[in-house]
Design a protein around this ligand. Sequence first.
Ligand code: SIN
Length: 532
Amino acid sequence: MNHFDFVVLGSGVAGLSLSLKLAAHGSVAIVTKRRPADSNTAWAQGGVACVTSAEDSFDLHISDTLVAGAGLCDQAAVRTIVTEGPTAVRELMRIGVHFDERVLAGGQRELDLGKEGGHSKRRVLHYHDTTGLEIEQRLLDAVVKEQNIQILDNHMAVDLITTGKLGYTTEDRVIGVYVLNEAIGTVETIRSDRVIIATGGCGKVYLYTTNPDIATGDGVAMAWRAGAAVANMEFIQFHPTCLFHPEKKSFLISEAVRGEGGKLVDASGREFMSKFHKLAALAPRDIVARAIDAEMKRTGAKCMYIDITHKPAAFLKDRFPNIYETCASLGIDMTRQPIPIVPAAHYQCGGVRTDLEGATTLRGLFAIGEVACTGLHGANRLASNSLLEALVMAARCSQALLKPKYAKYLQAFELPEWRPGHAQDVDEVVVIYHNWDEIRRLMWDYVGIVRTSKRLLRASTRLRNLQREIQEFYWDFKLTTDLLELRNLCTVASLIVDSALARSESRGLHFTLDYAESDDLRFLKDTVLRRY
Ligand code: SIN
C-alpha cells in the first residue's frame, strides 16, 4: 500500500500548479488517467482573464463577472479570485509560461491583451490560440524536476476511501483512494489524509462538446458518491462556436476570433446576432449559444458561420495559428471564407461545493479548478475566468492544506485492500459503448441549450434505468477505465438533470421553455445536492 502526504487527482493547470507548491512540504502523487498532458487545460485556446492594464480595474472585472453570473455569483469568491489573479499569473510567468506581447511605438513591450464576450476591457492574456497547451507544458516541465512528486499516469481513481464507508463512527473523512492501474488491471490502495480533486469537467456527457475525451465528470461523481455536497450542476455552458465538420469533432473556434471582430452569419452571409443583443457576437455566451440554436432551428440549417475575412491574412495566421492550420487541413481557408460552427458543451459551472480554500464539505477532501464550485461563475461563467480560478485556487488550497487541522489523522485507521470478488472480464464491450452513446445523445436531445420539464423528466427516468444497469456491470465485471468513466458519466448526467428539475425558472445557462423568466423570489440561490 502506498502512502503520500498529498494525493492530487488530475494533471491540468489546477492539479499541476498545486502539486508544484506542495512538493516542498511532503510527498505528492499525481494520479492521471491517461498521459499527463491529456487534460482540458491543454485544449484551452482563449487565455487567462486578469487585470494587468492601466485602463482596466478590479472593479470592472468583478462587475463583468457578476453580470455574466446572472445573480448567482458569490461576491466574496469573485473579489478574491479577481484580485489575487495578478499574483498567480506572475507566478506562472516565473515558471516560464509565455504570453504574447506587442511592441509599442517607443520600442517597449507590453502584454497583448485579448477581448472576449462579456468583458468590458481587453484583459485576456494569451499565447497565440494555444494558451492552455503552453501553460500545461511549462507546468509539466517543472513538475517532472520535482523529486517529491510521483506521476501515476494511466491510473484512474475508482473511489474515495472514507472512514464512514469503513464503518468508523468518528467524523466522516477521506483517508485514501482506490486507483485502477490500467496497465495491469489491478486496483491499488493509496493512503492519504489530504486528497485533492482537480479532474476538470464533464463535457463528454453531451454528444457534442469542445472537451477532450477525458472530460467525463469523474471528480464530481466520486465526491458525490463519498457524500460531499455538489452545487449548481444545471449550469452547463455551451460554447457558441465549435467547428462543424464531420472529420473534426470537438474543435473549438475560440471566442477570441469574435473578440478580434469575427461576425456570426448564416449561410447567405447575413449577420444575425445584432437582432438578439446590443453586443452582437460579443454578448454573454448563454445568449449567443441560444441565438445560434434558435437560428438553426428556425431555418433548418445544420450550422451557422463565423466570418473574420475582413482581417488581414497575416494577422489571422499569427494570432490564430492553430485554428488557421486546423481549418486549412480540412479545406477551409478562414482568411477567405466563413468557418462553419455549432454550439457544443464546453464548461461545467457548478461542481463539488468548496470554500475559498478548496475545502469540500467532506473532511480531508479538496477540489479545485473546473470540478469545483467556488461561487465564481454563478449561473454563467465569464470567458477565460476558468484558468484564472484554477491558478488562484491552487495557491489558496496549497496554503490551507498545510494547516494542522487538515493533517495527520491516518494512524488510527485500517485501510482494506480492494477486493475484486468474482468479477469477470466484460463479455461484450458493446454494452459499455452503447450506454455511453445513449447517455450522450439523451443529454444532448433532452438536457441541452433549451430545456422543458417534460424532456428533463424523460431524461431522468431513462438515466435511472441506465444507472441500475451500469451498477450491475460495476459489480460483475473487472474494472476498466471505460467502465469507470461510464459509471461517472451516468452519475453526473443524473446530477445535471436533478439540478435542472429543481430550478423552476430560467437563469443564465439554464433555460427552460416552461419557466422562461427568472424568479428571484424563489431561486436566487444555489442548487445544492447531497447524497447523504
Ligand atoms: C475560447 O477560447 O473561446 C474559450 C475560452 C473560455 O472558455 O474561457
